[in-house]
Design a protein around this ligand. Structure first.
Ligand code: AMP
Length: 193
């Protein structure tokens, strides 16, 4: 099984690349952000609970996000692999992901990180706000999301480097360029695995 974590700050292109990779490698795209937005849209009690957290750009509490992950994984028992997009976002979540995958004798195969400058993140997300109208794409919330990314998510870089699973790619290139680079990394991994 191929279990890829696609990593990087908000707006780095994780969602776009995940969608393309899902198709090419027949993987399941598991975006915790997408699951959360769907739940909020449904108007359920759980969705309402998540709404105010997401709109402030805060992280959804640990117990809730693990519940979301486990429920999503359980829907794809027959998957030949996953692209985890937006998960894990903390060391605790990464350890949990390892434990959950280990129950099926699986592990994270690689972490592909898309690097992009803060000013570019802000520019891209403000643009996305005009198109998609996401409530968490305002300048104030974007800055909070970036702060949280640096404080809570960036420690994962060393966590995965120590495991020899971390690969970095310049994220400020064309979509096709990035896709080509990621595909090469996956193909090499599959050959040597
Ligand atoms: P995203 O679409 O990945 O940028 O996620 C949008 C929002 O959903 C985030 O700003 C968080 O509020 C919440 N979220 C998504 N994934 C996680 C996660 N792994 N842990 C905590 N909160 C999350």
């Amino acid at each position: 099984m191929l279990n890829i974590v696609i990593f990087g700050p908000p707006g780095c292109g994780k969602g776009t690349q995940s969608a393309m990779l899902t198709e090419k490698y027949n993987l399941v795209h598991l975006s915790t952000g997408d699951v959360i937005r769907k739940e909020i849209k449904s108007g359920s009690d759980f969705g309402n609970q998540l709404k105010s957290i997401v709109e402030k750009g805060e992280l959804v509490p640990y117990e809730l996000i693990i519940k979301i992950l486990e429920t999503s994984l359980a829907k794809h028992n027959d998957a030949s692999g996953f692209i985890f997009d937006g998960f894990p976002r903390t060391i605790a979540q990464a350890k949990d992901l390892d434990d959950i995958l280990a129950k099926d004798n699986q592990s994270v195969s690689m972490v592909i990180s898309l690097c992009i400058h803060d000013s570019k993140v802000i520019e891209r997300l403000l643009n996305r706000a005009k198109i998609e109208g996401r409530k968490d794409d305002t300048e104030e919330v974007i800055k909070n999301r970036l702060k949280i990314y640096k404080e809570q998510t960036c420690p994962l870089i060393d966590f995965y480097k120590e495991q020899g699973k971390y690969v970095e790619i310049e994220g400020d290139c064309s979509i096709d360029d990035i896709f080509g680079q990621i595909s090469k990394i996956i193909d090499n991994h599959t050959i040597t695995a």
